[in-house]
Design a binder for this molecule. Structure first.
Ligand SMILES: [Fe+2]
Length: 316
């Protein structure tokens, strides 16, 4: 064991930092950190996007995982219209509780002096308890806190996976984990499901292969993941704690988006975890989220090398 960077984390960062990055023709893309995130300009989200622009936005999202569009003066309908381009709009089970009478396809929140919590303070993937989890979330902050703050922090879960040691990766490739809405919302916020409804519970691979990039990502989070199915309780708790701490404390693969008036931020909800930073109390921060669902489940594809590690491939 070593604290020095002799092992897979060096290899992970080398591969990431020397990857071939795409060239864009119809949008301007300015990366904001090594680990991920980019500011996009040359786009007006209040207007119809050309198919070239939209395909370049998707390409940028696959590459940088989180995109910030600045100076976008859009309303809720235009926000939804942008979301619909990625998939079916998600209806959050708590939308009506958090904003009674509102649009079920918009998750609105108002954090202020009387709030008990702000949504998303714990590191998480949005609604990972769904069988087909949200693929993209798109956020607008409609009221920024006076004096600043309220950034959103992100963690690149591909780098999180790749920087683990080979024996640990080998173990994780064979595991699945349970994600529960009750853990996130009842235990987290004291919210109960509407009468006659239950919060979702689903099982996903601990490591999945991203359907667009082909990269592997860790997919357990503090917000929703309750247990690793194949392990006994003590092992499950210890491994989950290890993975959560790895994601939450490794600043080398984290980055932050600073909000400005009229910013719209989209993230690949499978490729990153995020955390809402509540550092502006007692000031107000209001916003709206629209999320898209592609209707697919995270799955894992092993490379030939990984199959050998798993003992799946019998040597000829
Ligand atoms: Fe969130």
């Amino acid at each position: 064991m070593s604290f020095y960077r002799d092992y897979n984390d060096k290899l992970a960062f080398e591969a990431w930092n020397t990857r071939q990055q795409p060239v864009f023709k119809t949008i301007q893309v300015k990366p904001i950190s090594r680990a991920g995130g980019a500011e996009i300009s040359g786009v007006d989200l209040s207007k119809d996007l050309s198919s070239e622009q939209f395909s370049e936005i998707k390409k940028a999202l696959a590459e940088y995982q989180v995109l910030a569009f600045r100076d976008q003066n859009i309303n809720s309908e235009q926000h939804k219209k942008f979301g619909e381009k990625f998939g079916t709009l998600h209806r959050h089970v708590s939308a009506a509780i958090r904003a009674p009478g509102g649009d079920p396809e918009i998750l609105a929140w108002k954090t202020g002096k009387d709030s008990r919590f702000t949504a998303g303070e714990v590191w998480h993937n949005d609604v990972s308890c769904d069988e087909t989890p949200i693929t993209q979330s798109i956020l607008r902050v409609t009221q920024l806190p006076e004096g600043g703050g309220g950034d959103t922090a992100f963690a690149n879960t591909h780098l999180a996976y790749e920087s683990l040691s080979t024996p640990l990766k080998q173990l994780l490739l064979g595991l699945t984990a349970e994600h529960s809405g009750q853990e996130g919302w009842t235990n987290g916020y004291g919210e109960e499901p509407a009468p006659g409804q239950k919060f979702a519970v689903s099982t996903h691979p601990v490591v999945f292969t991203h359907p667009v990039s082909g990269r592997k990502h860790l997919f357990v989070n503090r917000g929703f993941t309750t247990k690793i199915v194949e392990l006994v309780r003590n092992e499950s708790q210890a491994i989950l704690e290890l993975l959560n701490r790895h994601i939450e404390t490794s600043q080398a693969f984290q980055f932050r988006i600073q909000w400005q008036p009229n910013s719209v931020v989209i993230w690949d909800n499978w490729a990153v975890q995020h955390q809402a930073i509540w550092d502006y109390y007692p000031f107000n921060r209001w916003g709206e989220r629209v999320s898209a669902v592609a209707g697919i489940r995270p799955t894992q594809e092993l490379t030939q090398e990984e199959k050998k590690l798993e003992g799946v491939l019998v040597a000829a």
